[in-house]
Design a protein around this ligand. Structure first.
Ligand code: ADP
Ligand code: MG
Length: 683
């Protein structure tokens, strides 16, 4: 019953079904998990003779009169009188003629709304009504749902109420608890069924809070348990060969480190120790390395590749785009120039059939993420590094296993992720963080530019370009909230490009790059920019981050208010990569107080993690990653800022795993399976 399709709901039109499906509601279960965004309190039921102006109340009585009226400015009204034995109150709706047929005199009606007074006459401004006694739309705390695709709260309420009633008849559903008794007791959780009942139709505020607690616990617990189970599965797997980092290898590693053109930062050192420790175990590494742009993740990954090489194994390094793969290839070639380590580059244009012959004698092969889905067969892959991809999860690992390899895997990202988010969404991975920048790196100077100073800003940039020979990024505003870049933003960026070229910087060379270009074309423009064929690159925000153009020291971000702070930080990360001072200018098209407070915080904060944490508090996680990064879902009812509940559910999941077998808890098992399917479909 809980998995019944919504098509089996009575009295539900095809259009409604279609709309529900479009917002992801396919089954009764989905419906129950469509939670209210807020509640209205209509629980005060008042006799008509006790009404007080300004109160929000529910009145229940009989319709005595109904008529059609037109206001002075021509709006059509439906006016009624409602009588309850203590008095009469007037009700008026606008433009809802069908109410005249619905509320015939004598109809028993409950209405919730705001009491108004004209002279000594009371009227009620109706917010909700229902025929009969108060039950689900009036006379209590009433749920208000996110009203998408023209689906009204009233309709959603009706359907959910129906489903909850069905559950009541069907005792087995939600009747068997998900958890062992002591997990419920220890975490002071109410039972699941009352939780669902009260999240939609709360008896009172206390019951509502308890329901929220229970459901938030469930949500996080399922995530944590899923991770814990994956972790456990991985723990029993073994790699082909355990790397040795002792004796002669230790000596070689040290020599390599000593010959680097720089000294490792303490943070790099610490992370390298963590990675090295993993690499010398038989259990495959599943580590997630987080570090600001420019914090030096590549060299740490290179050390891992070197250790693999010393042990006779090959490494794969994968980047999201071809141009980044080339960049890595160059960096590694440099790092290993005095060593016998052979490095190969696998680009999209090369034939797959040549892959083996070209790369089988390489110790490190660099390519794009597509490498993973290729039918490659290298001799001995021992270590895989994946740059800038968050979700290298269960599905990808399984794919590798199908190919018969079970390597150590290191994923890396420059995306700032708040600690609580990492603990929740990457719970199955071990986390390493590089949290300091190499010394001597100059932080980017960031300014919020008022409208009046735009022109002066352009002139300043012009001088910098002419006098210092530096380059500039101009990032055009983020337009659609949709996932893919729309034609609209391409049009906008093209227009801005034409404008800048003709009117603002006519004597300079401008390039244009946006998401609708083919990836070859994009790479060409980026490469030309790198080769200084352009002074200024006009770009849309979705264009790949990570590209290294040390000579680009200036960035303008248009419409800065539209971004989350973490997103802004990622954009800013494209400059400040050389030893020259870099400058970032924020232009806004809307600068109310909140916007400028937020952006001012950005101008004085250079740490991505702090910015991400601020975002999480101000805008919620959906906003942090927004268009820039996919694969992050928002929580439905729990919160990423709730560190204590995240910790609590994590230890509850540990406890469960250590004391119980999932098979004994079919409800929970089903929930986990569902979660895994969601995860994989997101990958
Ligand atoms: P990211 O973490 O963004 O991938 P990279 O690994 O590309 O950063 O490193 C950025 C730059 O910093 C490179 O030019 C690299 O050679 C340099 N670098 C890395 N580690 C150090 C260090 N400890 N001291 C100085 N420069 C370093
Ligand atoms: Mg990098």
């Amino acid at each position: 019953m809980i998995n019944d399709p919504i098509e089996t709901l009575p009295n539900t039109s095809v259009i409604t079904i279609r709309r529900l499906k479009s917002i992801g509601i396919n089954t009764f279960w989905d419906f129950l998990n469509y939670f209210p965004s807020r509640y209205e309190d209509y629980s005060l039921i008042s006799p008509i003779d006790r009404l007080q102006e300004g109160e929000t109340v529910t009145v229940t009585g009989k319709i005595t009169d109904g008529k059609y009226a037109v206001t002075r400015n021509g709006t059509r009204m439906q006016k009624f009188k409602l009588e309850d034995g203590t008095g009469t109150v007037e009700l008026a709706w606008f433009n809802q003629p069908y109410l005249l047929t619905l509320f015939k005199p004598g109809t028993q009606l409950s209405v919730a709304g705001l009491v108004k007074r004209f002279g000594n006459k009371f009227s009620l401004e109706p917010h909700e009504y229902e025929i009969g006694e108060p039950s689900k739309h009036t006379g209590r705390l009433i749920p208000i749902y996110p009203e998408k695709r023209g689906l009204s709260s009233k309709l959603i309420r009706e359907k959910i109420n129906y489903i909850l009633n069905q559950l009541d008849h069907d005792r087995d559903q939600l009747g068997n608890e998900l958890y062992p008794e002591e997990i419920l007791a220890f975490n002071k959780l109410i039972d699941e069924k009352s939780a669902y009942q009260n999240i939609h139709f709360p008896d009172n505020k206390n019951a509502l809070n308890k329901s929220k607690q229970r459901l938030a616990f469930d949500e996080l617990f399922i995530i944590q348990l899923t991770s814990a189970l994956i972790r456990k599965e991985w723990e029993i797997q073994t790699v082909g060969h355990k790397f040795d980092a002792g004796n002669t290898h230790m000596y070689s590693l040290q020599k390599f480190i000593n010959h680097l053109p720089f000294k490792l930062t303490a943070s790099q050192q610490k992370v390298w120790e963590e990675i090295k420790y993993d690499l010398t175990k038989t259990k495959p590494m599943n580590r997630f390395l987080q570090g600001e742009v420019g914090s030096g993740k590549t060299v740490v990954a290179a050390l891992g590749c070197y250790l693999a090489y010393l042990n006779g194994y090959q490494s794969l390094i994968m980047a999201p785009t071809e141009i980044l793969a080339q960049q890595h290839y160059q960096t590694l070639t440099n790092l290993f120039k005095d060593s016998p380590v052979k490095i190969g580059l696998q680009t999209g244009s090369q034939k797959i059939s040549n892959f083996k012959s070209q790369n089988s004698n390489c110790d490190i092969v660099v390519g794009t993420h597509a490498l993973i889905s290729r039918k490659f067969s290298l001799n001995k892959i021992g270590f895989i590094v994946i740059d800038e991809q968050h979700r290298f999860g269960v599905a990808q690992r399984a794919k590798l296993k199908e190919k018969g390899i079970n390597p150590h895997i290191l994923t890396m990202t420059a995306t700032p992720i708040p600690r609580t988010v990492a603990l929740t969404l990457h719970g199955e991975l071990d986390l390493s963080v590089i949290d300091e920048m190499p010394i001597g790196r100059l932080p980017v100077k960031t300014y919020l530019v008022p409208k009046l100073k735009r022109e002066a800003g352009y002139q300043w940039i012009k001088r910098q370009i002419k006098e210092q020979g530096v380059q500039t990024f101009i990032v055009c505003p983020l337009i659609a909230e949709s996932e893919t870049e729309t034609m609209q933003s391409v049009k906008a960026v093209t227009k801005e490009y034409e404008y800048l070229k003709s009117y603002v910087f006519p004597e300079l060379k401008l390039g244009l790059v946006h998401g609708k270009l083919k990836s070859k074309e994009k790479d060409t423009v980026m490469n030309d920019f790198k080769k200084r064929k352009y002074d200024i690159l006009v770009a849309t925000p979705v264009v790949e981050v990570g590209i290294d153009v040390p000579n680009a020291t200036i960035m303008i971000i248009e419409g800065a208010e539209r971004y989350g702070l973490a997103q802004l930080h990622q954009l800013r990360g494209r400059i400040g990569r050389g030893d020259k001072q870099s400058y970032c200018f924020l232009f806004t098209s809307n600068d109310n107080h909140d916007v400028s407070e937020r952006l001012k915080y950005f101008t004085v904060t250079n740490q991505g993690r702090l910015l991400a944490e601020k975002d999480l508090i101000i805008r919620g996680p959906g906003q942090i990653y927004g268009q820039m990064q996919h694969g992050y879902t928002d929580l439905k009812i729990a919160s990423f800022t709730d560190y204590s509940l995240i910790k609590q559910t994590r230890s509850a999941a540990e406890y469960f795993i250590n004391h119980y077998a999932l098979d004994k808890f079919p409800g929970l098992k089903e929930r986990i399976e569902r979660k895994k399917v969601e995860e994989v479909s997101r990958d």
